[in-house]
Ligand binder design. Structure first.
Ligand SMILES: [Zn+2]
Length: 145
């Protein structure tokens, strides 16, 4: 079971889907979430924050260290480590990837009933195009695909 949550950013104008790998870190490991609009007014603190295309996730590093230590993980705990190892990062490739993916599935629903092979090919084509776009935009999780 992996925990996931939908969080509003500090200015409440945007929401992000976050994914917690293996349910190790609790929801409160995220102290603040800033979208590109509210994040531009925040002082960056690289010891607690991860920045991704204008979005900022502020982690409670002490909480993260505590819970990861309990699982026997004794690597240096940094925002990059938490994010890159998937202990608390976007659900998918970006804050809205889950939503966009669901929308694609919705759009292809009729096709899925009609022609499954065509449906899978179309799904793959759209997802690959999305990944290429995300990579171009600079999303951290899309850089290695
Ligand atoms: Zn915001």
């Amino acid at each position: 079971m992996c925990l996931h949550q939908k969080l509003a950013c500090a200015c409440k104008r945007n929401k992000a889907y976050l994914f917690h790998r293996d349910n190790i870190l609790p929801e409160r490991v995220v102290i603040n979430l800033y979208c590109p609009e509210c994040g531009s007014r925040v002082d960056r603190d690289e010891s607690t924050m991860l920045e991704d295309v204008g979005w900022l996730i502020e982690y409670d590093i002490e909480i993260a260290r505590l819970y990861l230590n309990l699982k026997g993980i004794d690597k240096p705990v940094t925002p990059e480590f938490i994010f890159d190892e998937g202990y608390c990062s976007w659900y998918g490739m970006s804050p809205k990837d889950l939503e966009e993916n669901a929308q694609v599935h919705q759009e292809l629903k009729a096709l899925q009933k009609k022609d499954r092979l065509l449906y899978f090919n179309e799904l793959k084509r759209i997802r690959l195009a999305q990944f290429a776009e995300l990579k171009k935009e600079g999303w951290r999780k899309a850089q290695n695909i």
